[in-house]
Structures are given as structure tokens and as C-alpha cells.
Design a binder for this molecule. Structure first.
Ligand code: GLN
Length: 378
């Protein structure tokens, strides 16, 4: 068989988590919390199971859950989305992204992707016959140069992919980015795929500039979200996609033959959990406290932080410690110092290496303290 993805191996997250496990290292690499999700939410899911909600949910998702999401979107982003026709529940954010690409990318279509890029984006485009057009974010601020974006648009450009708050860098898009994007969408009729799985993890009072706030962009957009990332249950693989009706109609044609529908009791539980806005309104402060605590602990080390404005990731330079490449350094950190991290060059096709590593701070206070104690020895 001829591989559709000849250059793809095992994801860096799997590689680093496995290395961490085999060396009993503290795992600050793959992005997932080491604390449990809410007992209240687990009870809500259990209750749904006990009540016998164990058969297929409707293909687009449970109406109660879609209604709860529409209410949240209207209160946070002042956008009225129709729960029946504009929201689909998916098995996770990564699936939601893949399905959007599978829905609209035809062979030869060009897709603008910013690097460092989350690792699934490029393979998702390739497997659907698309052509990734890569643009580097500026270093070290990780901002978009919109003039460069404009210069890369051709008659074959079909889609532009965004991610805010951004994995792996923790940068967030600002209002002027959205204004520039709006111009391009309007001028070239681009489809926007906006990965907003860290929507509630924005710090220092900043606003999350969701595409949902901008009607002129949203009319041409798929916006993807994750429950796992924000409610500390990545293993549940629950997420959703929001898109205007004309796009969502096509999305559902693909979705219904990819997984048909998503597990039912989790949907009941999440619908109930979302009824209480405090469950998501408390998240920015919860994660900002973790970021600040981690930064405070890291002051005693020779690592240098870059700015993290959102997500649960913190980038650090290690130029005061070593001039090794970031992959070698990350492996050595895991094996010799007992803390696993992700090398940021893994998010570039050409392996661009700015000697920066990614830490996940979605960890218990004690885990962060232990990690920092080890890192102070370096
Ligand atoms: N999104 C997570 C991260 O960036 C990992 C998800 C995965 O392992 N595929 O670490």
C-alpha cells in the first residue's frame, strides 16, 4: 500500500509521555491535568447512566447540550447560534477539526497554517488531498504577520486555520488580528477553521477573541471546542463544532458517517453541568493561578519564560543552561533530570529550532513544586 502520510511517525505527545513513564519522570509534556474532573459532573454522568440513557444520542448531539452551548455562546460572545442547525457535538476537539477539513478540502486546495502548529493540522490536510501553506509566527511573540498572509493567498487558497489561545505558545489573537482576518475573509471568501479548545484559559483580564464574536468572520467559519481541555476530563473525548447552517449542513454529512453520534451519558452530564455558568467563569482565574505559581517556582531555575497569555502551556528558553537542540535537550531533561517537556521544534515541519521547550502547568501544586525542585538542580 502507498502511505498517504509517508512522513508521519508517532506523535510527540505519545513519545514524550512514554519516555516520561519509562524514566519515572514528572510528566509536564503531554497536555492533560493530573487532577480529576468535578465530582458533581461525574455524578451527573452516573445519574444519566442509571436512568438508562445508554443508547445512541441524536446524530448532531443531545438537544439539551446544544441548547446549553448556545446559551453560553450568547452570554460570552454575544452571538446567537441556532442549536438545531449550527452546533454539532463531537468525540473531542481533534475530531471536530478533522471533520471540518474533510468537509471542505478538495484535492489541491491550499490551507494556510501557522507554525508552530498543533501536530494534527498538517496530516489532516494532507490526508484529505489538501496542500498546507505554512507561515511562521514571529519569534518570540508568536504573532501573525498579516502582510505575509496576504502574500501567500492564491486562487487555490480555500481555508485559513487559527488557534487561540495557541498551543504550544500560549499567545492569543488580539482585536486587530480579527480585523485583518475579517478583511481577508471578505476579499477572498476564505473559510476559517478556528481551534478554540482553550477558550476559557485566558489570563490577566484579557478577552478571548473568539471568531464567534465577529459575525462577518463567523459566517464563513468552523469553530471547534473541547470539554476535556476545560473541564479536566481529556479522556472523555468530548467536544463540539459551531458553524453557520450552510457549512454545518455539509459538516454533518461527513460526521454522520465518521462516528454517527457521540456517547450519550456524557452529553447528559455536560448539559447539566453547563447550566451553572460558574463552572466555566471560574476557569481563567483557576489557570492563571497555576501559571503564576509555576512562574514563581521557576524563578529559582536558569530557565527563561516567554509570555503565556492563555492555554495551559508555558514556553521556556534554556539558553543559560545548554546550546543543545531542543529535542536532545527534552530527552536529556526526561532521562537525567526527571522532568518531561515538549520540544517546540516538533511543531515545525522543517524542525525550526529556537531552543524553546513547552511545559504543561495543568498540574497539582505539589507536582509543580516537585518539578521545580528538580529543575533548580540544572
Ligand atoms: N493537546 C495535547 C497537547 O498539546 C495532546 C493531545 C494528544 O496527545 N494528542 O499536549
Amino acid at each position: 500500500m502507498i502511505s498517504k502520510l509517508p512522513n508521519v511517525g508517532t506523535t510527540i505527545f505519545t513519545v514524550m509521555s512514554a519516555l516520561a513513564a519509562s524514566h519515572q519522570a514528572i510528566n509536564l509534556s503531554q497536555g492533560f491535568p493530573d487532577y480529576d474532573c468535578s465530582d458533581e459532573l461525574k455524578a451527573m454522568v452516573n445519574e444519566a447512566m442509571q436512568q438508562g440513557h445508554n443508547q445512541y444520542a441524536p446524530m448532531p448531539g443531545l438537544p439539551q447540550l446544544r441548547n446549553a452551548i448556545a446559551t453560553k455562546i450568547s452570554s460570552l460572545y454575544q452571538q446567537q447560534v441556532h442549536p438545531d442547525s449550527e452546533i454539532t457535538i463531537t468525540p473531542g476537539g481533534t475530531y471536530a477539526i478533522f471533520t471540518a477539513i474533510a468537509t471542505c478540502i478538495h484535492p489541491g486546495d491550499e490551507v494556510i497554517i501557522f507554525e508552530p502548529a498543533y501536530d494534527s493540522y498538517i496530516p489532516n490536510v494532507l490526508v484529505n488531498g489538501g496542500v498546507p501553506v505554512l507561515i511562521s509566527l514571529s519569534f518570540p511573540g508568536y504573532r501573525i504577520n498579516w502582510d505575509e498572509v496576504r502574500s501567500k493567498i492564491t486562487p487555490r487558497t480555500r481555508m485559513i486555520m487559527l488557534n487561540t489561545p495557541h498551543n504550544p505558545t500560549g499567545s492569543i489573537l488580539q482585536e486587530n488580528d480579527m480585523q485583518e482576518l475579517e478583511k481577508l475573509v471578505d476579499e477572498f471568501n476564505l473559510i476559517v477553521l478556528s481551534d478554540e479548545v482553550y477558550e476559557h484559559l485566558v489570563f490577566d483580564g484579557a478577552q478571548h477573541h473568539s471568531v464567534l464574536r465577529y459575525p462577518a468572520i463567523f459566517r464563513n467559519s468552523f469553530v471547534t471546542f473541547s470539554f476535556g481541555k476545560v473541564f479536566h476530563n481529556t479522556g472523555w473525548k468530548m467536544g463540539y463544532c459551531v458553524a453557520p447552517e450552510h457549512l454545518m449542513k455539509e459538516y454533518r454529512k461527513v460526521h454522520q458517517y465518521l462516528c454517527f453520534s457521540v456517547n450519550t451519558p456524557m452529553q447528559y452530564g455536560l448539559a447539566k453541568f453547563l447550566e451553572m455558568p460558574s463552572h466555566y467563569l471560574e476557569l481563567p482565574a483557576f489557570y492563571q493561578q497555576k501559571r503564576d505559581y509555576f512562574l514563581e517556582l521557576m524563578k529559582g531555575t536558569r530557565f527563561t519564560p516567554l509570555a503565556s497569555q492563555g492555554s495551559y502551556f508555558q514556553l521556556m528558553k534554556y539558553d543559560r543552561i545548554s546550546d543543545e537542540g531542543d529535542k536532545d535537550f527534552a530527552i536529556r531533561m526526561t532521562k537525567e533530570f526527571g522532568v518531561a517537556v515538549i520540544p517546540v521544534s516538533a511543531f515545525y515541519q522543517d524542525g525550526k529550532d529556537d531552543h524553546v521547550i513547552r511545559f504543561c502547568f495543568a498540574k497539582k501544586q505539589a507536582t509543580l513544586e516537585q518539578a521545580a525542585a528538580r529543575l533548580q538542580q540544572i
